[in-house]
Design a protein around this ligand. Structure first.
Ligand SMILES: Cc1cc2nc3c(=O)[nH]c(=O)nc-3n(C[C@H](O)[C@H](O)[C@H](O)COP(=O)(O)OP(=O)(O)OC[C@H]3O[C@@H](n4cnc5c(N)ncnc54)[C@H](O)[C@@H]3O)c2cc1C
Length: 478
């Protein structure tokens, strides 16, 4: 590994400490968050600025070495992990952590790719504004990573996903050129939208080195409620009732199955759900943001919940009396993936279907899964407001989780992905394709769209050095 002629060139460019090769130094970059993919990188390069990124790309191109861009390494589809050949370079953006600019009048933040999402949120907050992208990995996920995966999270319902928050990009192309596209404009209809192509391309079209993102006003007040609903149909009825009454004020609407709450209680006993876990099979966490006052927010939320109780949609509800209580409710929701990880390996799905078909979808798939795997635990939660469910299948309690996953993953994927598509949905709502779902892409994507995606990849990266093997299934006809 030390012998590769690229390494001294990288060290000359970046400085000795910023090219890692020792196994103990690279191991944190070689394994994905889910511990599903163990890669073996040639080295990890840590450039400090855009010129160094461009220099690394030029060196790699000349040496024929593939590059795997990496941010916080929290992605859930294996997109940031090198393969096992020992020939791919991980290019980590972690040293590029500068907030370049915050424009109050333009409501814009310009941040380098390695800025951690929570830091971007904090910077906006300190300036009296809001960067609304929010997800449970925000303490580690980076601006470059959330854009490269077009991440969603808990505020998509009101503010859209990462793509809709992105105004401009600075990116390094596969030839080592820098695209200076850090626009702060809301309108710029000047041909093909390269920004929107690169956002969501998971490091396969270009390396994002900085981004300009839109900021919003901070709401004057927030109210959060934890709600026990009759069933999923009732949760969807509550969603539509809340949308009608609160319009853009409805900023969060999360669904959680009872098993999810039980799992959090088991692994994080300090976190308490506000209603007894046995009081329903399905719970909703909903958030209202209000531009007037606390009293106005409370009144509006109580009115929606009161009407939903009268209509029989809601059995019980607790409204947070303080910001701390609201944070505690969100904390339970955000700890579901962590509790699942603590419980052991499981079969994850990230599905979307139109909300109008959600109840039927869960009903049909639950029946089929219960027939097929009667002992399995279904850990179903997600962003119901966006029609997005994390529909995870966990091994029976005290079972062999690894063997369960190996034995049943393919059948579970087949069942749930086909059912989602049959219900007008998607097999990958927000986590992307990475290397996890390339076969599913080949199976479910419209063939014309797939051919255009291959052509786009060839146009951006004709030598296939940017994250090869990710997103696009190999072997597709030219
Ligand atoms: C506990 C937990 C909760 C999560 N919740 C959500 C959620 O609610 N919604 C959601 O959408 N996702 C969620 N995720 C997934 C993950 O956090 C997001 O995909 C996030 O956007 C990844 O950011 P990252 O910086 O960690 O990227 P990485 O994991 O490092 O990389 C992800 C992909 O982006 C590419 N990439 C990274 N940086 C760059 C760059 N600068 N230029 C080009 N390509 C790049 C990589 O090659 C890879 O393909 C969650 C993950 C965890 C662990």
């Amino acid at each position: 590994m030390e012998q590769h002629s690229l390494l001294p060139q990288l060290r000359a460019l970046l400085g000795e400490p910023h090219v890692l090769t020792a196994v103990s130094d690279v191991e944190g970059y070689a394994l994905d968050w889910r511990k599903r993919y163990q890669g073996s990188p040639l080295a990890v390069a840590l450039p400090a600025n855009v010129d160094e990124v461009a220099g690394v790309v030029r060196l790699c191109r000349a040496a024929g070495v593939a590059i795997v861009p990496q941010g916080g390494n929290t992605g859930l589809a294996g997109g940031a992990t090198p393969d096992g050949t020992g020939t791919q370079l991980v290019l980590s953006l972690r040293r590029m952590r500068r907030i370049r600019h915050i424009g109050i009048a333009d409501r814009v933040l310009v941040a380098e790719a390695g800025v951690v999402l929570a830091e971007a949120q904090r910077t906006a907050r300190d300036a009296g504004l809001l960067f609304p992208l929010s997800l449970a990995a925000e303490g580690s996920a980076t601006i470059g990573g959330v854009l490269a995966t077009n991440a969603g999270g808990t505020a998509v319902l009101r503010y859209g996903n990462a793509r809709s928050l992105c105004l401009g990009l600075e990116a390094v192309t596969a030839s080592g050129d820098v695209w200076h596209g850090l626009s702060t404009l809301r309108k710029d209809n000047t041909g093909y939208d390269l920004r929107d192509l690169i956002v969501g391309s998971e490091g396969t079209l270009a390396i994002i080195t900085a981004a300009s993102v839109a900021l919003y006003p901070q709401p004057a007040a927030r109210r959060t409620a934890w709600v026990a609903t009759q069933d999923i149909a009732a949760a969807v009825a509550l969603l539509n009732r809340a949308r009608d009454a609160l319009d853009a004020g409805l900023t969060g609407f999360e669904l959680m199955g009872r098993e999810c709450i039980a799992l959090v209680a088991r692994h994080f006993p300090a976190l308490r759900a506000p209603l007894p876990v046995d009081s329903s099979s399905w719970f909703v966490l909903m958030e209202l943001s209000d531009s007037e006052s606390e009293a106005h927010a409370q009144e509006r939320l109580e009115a929606v919940l009161g009407a939903a109780i009268d209509a029989g949609e809601v059995m019980d509800a607790a409204i947070a009396a303080s910001l701390q209580q609201a944070d505690a409710m969100w904390s339970v929701r955000e700890h579901i993936p962590l509790a699942q990880a603590a419980e052991g390996l499981n079969i994850k799905h990230d599905l979307s279907v139109p909300v109008s078909r959600m109840a039927a979808f869960v009903d049909v798939t639950e029946q089929r899964l219960r027939r097929q795997l009667p002992q399995a635990r279904l850990i179903v939660f997600g962003h119901l407001g966006d029609g997005n469910l994390h529909y995870n299948v966990q091994a029976p309690a005290h079972g062999d989780a690894a063997a369960f996953r190996t034995d049943h993953e393919k059948a579970c994927n087949d069942l749930l992905h086909s059912a989602a598509v049959a219900h007008g949905g998607s097999f990958s709502a927000e986590h992307g394709i990475g290397m996890l779902k390339t076969a599913e892409l080949a199976r479910f994507k419209d063939p014309v769209a797939l051919a255009l995606m291959h052509a786009t990849k060839r146009a951006f990266d004709p030598e296939n050095i940017l994250n090869p093997g990710k997103v696009l299934p190999p072997g597709h006809p030219a």
